[in-house]
Design a protein around this ligand. Structure first.
Ligand SMILES: [Zn+2]
Length: 401
């Protein structure tokens, strides 16, 4: 097969249906009479406009519906973009129905107040698998879909006013997982490195260079050993200073501290990959990353990393910490597999009776065991393999590993 024919961007096939809200003439507004469902040409994610909805009642809220002609029987994933300016009550329901009156439906309904809609004031991508939908009435995905129906329930005052954009049904991608370790804890080397190496799962470490060699932290020679084995050693600022909110030149300075450290110690392969201290970034941070030549930067958000990549300086991730169970992480991994998106898991130290943010060894082993068992369905890679694989699937962090 010629190299150019390899799948790019991890995409297996295009979406089977999209709705960009570029033309609302075939949509019909219902629900409360004064509510709004209209185009917003100021704030949009794709194309030149989005849909903004503003109810004036709690129930029925605002509805917006359109006649379609869809076969979703093979649906694996459904994604959309949403922008919620503030944390308000109310919920968003999206239905696919075989009935003109939407009596029977495949439905997702979520409260806008939940953490799944953080951060506020930024566009976020919501990713659903088929099993996230509730089937209402005697219907099934094999039934022909003739209506798409959106209902924004108004909640309490102030009413929600989200922008919605870019519905995509079933864009398919190759699932990937990156296992990450923040803050240079010595358990990266003493616990994670041997356990993962035995299972051929590589790790990605985000280093605070001021911590190297400190009690409970990795030594330089331990870091070197992991690097030589193909692990990604990346930057997290020397001092773990939160950069969001700082002026541009200061943000650039803090980003540069670990770039310089990694360069000076010959750990150059991933010196331009970065994670924000406390997962905290603002628009200035994105400019600082660009100015410093950062390849991609991770944040938090407890979400899958959807494809195609939207903002390479704001890649979401899941924290695996003191109160996280193995079954919770398995559900996240299963969703990445089911929807074909990427999942970034990050750990801090791995210790018995873990304090806040740290992870129990049994949970760590349970997560790695599951990834190992699921290796035919989801491949674990380093962050540089993940990023370079978007355009060059044959990239390997170390050749012939
Ligand atoms: Zn950190």
């Amino acid at each position: 097969m010629p190299r150019s024919a390899l799948p790019q961007n991890y995409q297996i096939h295009d979406p089977i249906w999209t709705e960009g809200f570029e033309d609302l003439s075939s949509w019909t507004k219902g629900g409360d009479a004064e509510g709004i469902a209209e185009a917003d040409t100021e704030n949009f994610k794709e194309g030149s406009q989005s849909l903004v909805m503003r109810p004036v009642t709690d129930w029925p809220g605002v509805t917006f519906t359109k006649t379609v002609d869809l076969d979703l029987s093979s649906l694996a994933s459904f994604t959309y973009w949403i922008y919620t300016p503030e944390a308000t009550y109310g919920s968003l329901e999206i239905d696919f129905s075989p009935d003109a009156n939407v009596a029977r439906k495949m439905s997702i309904a979520e409260s806008l107040h939940t953490s799944g809609f953080e951060p506020r004031g930024k566009w976020i991508r919501k990713i659903f698998s088929k099993s996230d939908f509730t089937v209402v009435g005697n219907t099934r995905w094999d039934d022909h879909i003739i209506r798409v129906f959106i209902r924004l329930v108004g909640g309490s005052v102030p009413r929600p006013q989200p922008n919605i954009d870019g519905f995509r049904a079933d864009a398919r991608f190759i699932p990937k997982c990156v296992v990450m370790f923040d803050d240079t804890h010595d358990t990266d080397y003493t616990v994670a490195f041997p356990y993962m190496s035995a299972r051929n799962i590589p790790g990605t470490c985000y280093l605070n260079s001021d911590n190297v060699g400190a009690p409970g932290r990795c030594t330089l020679s331990q870091i070197q050993t992991m690097y030589d084995a193909g692990w990604a050693i990346c930057g997290h600022t020397a001092s773990h200073t939160t950069i969001a909110g700082l002026p541009l030149d200061e943000q650039e300075y803090y980003i540069s501290t670990t770039q310089d450290y990694l360069e000076q110690h010959g750990l150059t392969r991933c010196k331009d990959y970065f994670t924000y201290p406390n997962n905290s970034a603002d628009d200035v941070s994105f400019q600082a990353c660009a100015n410093r030549g950062i390849v991609c930067a991770r944040a938090g958000g407890n979400a899958l990393t959807g494809l195609p990549v939207d903002n390479k300086y704001y890649l979401p991730s899941y924290a695996v910490q003191h109160n996280t169970t193995v079954s919770t992480v398995i559900a996240w991994i299963n969703k990445a597999i089911a929807t074909g998106h990427s999942i970034f898991l990050f750990f801090h130290s791995i210790v018995e009776n873990p304090p806040t943010y740290q992870c129990d060894p049994a949970v760590f082993r349970g997560v790695i065991d599951y990834l190992y068992n699921m290796r035919p369905l989801i491949k674990c890679v380093t962050i540089d393999e993940w990023y370079n694989g978007l355009t060059n699937p044959r990239y390997r962090s170390l050749p012939m590993r």
